[in-house]
Write a protein that binds this ligand. Structure first.
Ligand SMILES: NC(=O)c1ccc[n+]([C@@H]2O[C@H](COP(=O)([O-])OP(=O)(O)OC[C@H]3O[C@@H](n4cnc5c(N)ncnc54)[C@H](OP(=O)(O)O)[C@@H]3O)[C@@H](O)[C@H]2O)c1
Length: 263
């Protein structure tokens, strides 16, 4: 039996990028804990299939809302539709994100730079601002999904790294400005995670997950559910006195400076 602090019965959560990967794992977990959810992304068919799966396994309501989070008017429409069809908004998970291509900063196409900044930083502000009146009513919370690339920086994805670092600071400023209204804002920074897309890349031999994590203290990539657990913690009353924080869920590479000795 789950402690009642983790129970989300009666709450409504929005998960952007909720049709795949970490977002879908999070939407499933929040629904299993009792929340009704709205999932948003650009591909209507992917979203609807995920929503049906979530409804079937949790018995909760799950709304699929086609949305491009880089467009403020779409974010506004998402919040209005979720609030009107599900009745309220308690939890916003700003998860939609990703990097476009792998190229050094000296050669990056500036349209791609703008796209990465918009998707991984600005969209969280668009969604949060649109959700704010609803979150004020519910004294709700926001969880922003950053990345370890935003902690230590990753070559080849400079715009993504900078945006994800910016998202951690945006989390702190949102927390400071909206805390007096009873809204908590926190951030989760995943490391290398075994999403559907990552597994496809490993199978194609793009890189070896064991080789890539061999200096990580935990020596393996993370599972989507391991990231979702941290997100669900921040979204729950178990985190009722925590705001403005970022936690890394990545097996520990950000610790750095460790000499590899036998434990
Ligand atoms: N997987 C990892 O190893 C890892 C590591 C660190 C951080 N993260 C972060 O975790 C989050 C989830 O990533 P993931 O790995 O689970 O990737 P994913 O499966 O590719 O999920 C990304 C989701 O974002 C949605 N999305 C992309 N652009 C969008 C847009 N303009 N508007 C609305 N939705 C959009 C996608 O749906 P559509 O394509 O249908 O729009 C997709 O559902 C991201 O913020 C990512 O940066 C992931």
């Amino acid at each position: 039996m789950l402690p009642e602090e983790f129970d989300l019965s009666g709450r409504v959560a929005i998960v952007t990028g909720g049709g795949t990967g970490i977002g879908k794992a999070t939407a499933r977990l929040l629904a299993r804990r009792g929340a009704d959810v709205a999932i948003a992304g650009r591909k209507a068919d992917v979203l609807e299939a995920a929503a049906e799966e979530i409804r079937q396994e949790s018995g909760k309501r799950c709304l699929a809302v086609p949305t491009d989070v880089r467009k403020p008017e779409h974010c506004q429409a998402l919040m209005e539709r979720a609030a009107s069809e599900l009745g309220r908004i308690d939890i916003l998970i700003n998860n939609a994100g990703g990097a476009h291509g792998h190229i050094g900063l000296s050669k990056i196409d500036l349209a791609k730079w703008d796209r990465d900044i918009q998707l991984n930083l600005s969209a969280a502000q668009y969604c949060a601002q649109a959700a704010l009146p609803h979150l004020k009513k519910s004294k709700g919370c926001i969880v922003n999904i950053s990345s370890l690339a935003g902690v230590h920086g990753t070559q080849g994805v400079g715009a993504y790294s900078a945006a994800k670092a910016g998202l951690q600071m945006l989390t702190r400023v949102m927390a400071a400005e909206w805390g007096p209204a009873g809204i908590r804002v926190n951030c989760v920074a995943p490391g290398m995670t075994a999403t559907e897309q990552a597994r496809k890349n490993w199978e194609k031999g793009f890189y070896d997950p064991i080789e890539a994590t061999k200096t990580f203290p935990l020596r393996r990539p993370g599972e989507m559910d391991e990231v979702a657990q941290a997100i669900a913690f921040f979204a729950s009353d178990a985190a009722s006195y925590i705001t403005g924080e970022t936690i890394a869920v990545g097996g520990g590479p950000q610790i750095g400076g460790l000499v590899d000795v036998d434990a």
